[in-house]
Design a protein around this ligand. Sequence first.
Ligand code: OXD
Length: 288
Amino acid sequence: MQALAACLPDARVERWQQDSPAADYAVGWAVPPALFTHQPRLKAFFCAGAGVDDLLASRAVPPTLPIVRVEDAGMGEQMADYCSAAVLHWFTQGWRYAQQQARAQWRELPLQQRSDWPVGIFGLGVLGRAVAARLASLGFPVHGCTRSDLASGAQELGRFLQSSRVLVLLAPLTPLTRGLFDARRLAQLPRGAFLINVSRGALVAEDALLEALQSGQVAAAALDVFEQEPLGSDHPYWRHPAVRVTPHVAAYTVIEPAARQLALRIQALEAGASAESLPGRVSRQQGY
Ligand code: OXD
């Protein structure tokens, strides 16, 4: 809040409460639905996180209220760190050596070639592109799948999956992507593939992933997001030897860049720009 106030010295910036006066703009993440009923005059809502699926699913959000997401705001670098750490852990056999260490087993494993580790990034928005650039700079062959590739048919997605030894999910949760990675899609990956999910848990059918891990179709997974969060303490992911669980922390919004970005957007709106023209403007039709 202070960071935003510092960027907007002429504005009154305050923490929202039910009796707060009517505001022109609101900024938040996982905000209570009451904010929208108590703030009927909002000109725009700024989402401080990357995903807007919960907001779009909420009946409290007026259907005509412009929603604008922060873009990157320090998250691209963190996503790139998270994904490259997972890829390097698998590529350098770190995960297998950890399993061997648990058995006090001294056994050299073969050297890997980066060219045998093509990485497919599903979702090439700002964050997907940051991850792609980092992995490419580490020497991995990287390719991507965008919304228009998805729209051009099942074959395109099939080709993308077949050539992804590591699949990174970085696409928003929309009607098109919900449950997309089911048993049939996971079977299109090369046998022994690796999965990183840093977008939304509901993109993946959990039972199908557990089965694919059991059969060896998927060798290992690094999961930051889950259908139910927090992940239940009895969920099989927690104790699965080939699954790394993190509690939805792959990327935090960094306050200062986010505040600078929001201030620029608000100033643009106040100067007469249309909400449609703002970077990060959410399309209700596309669902992100
Ligand atoms: C998200 C976020 O959208 O953490 O998941 O920003």
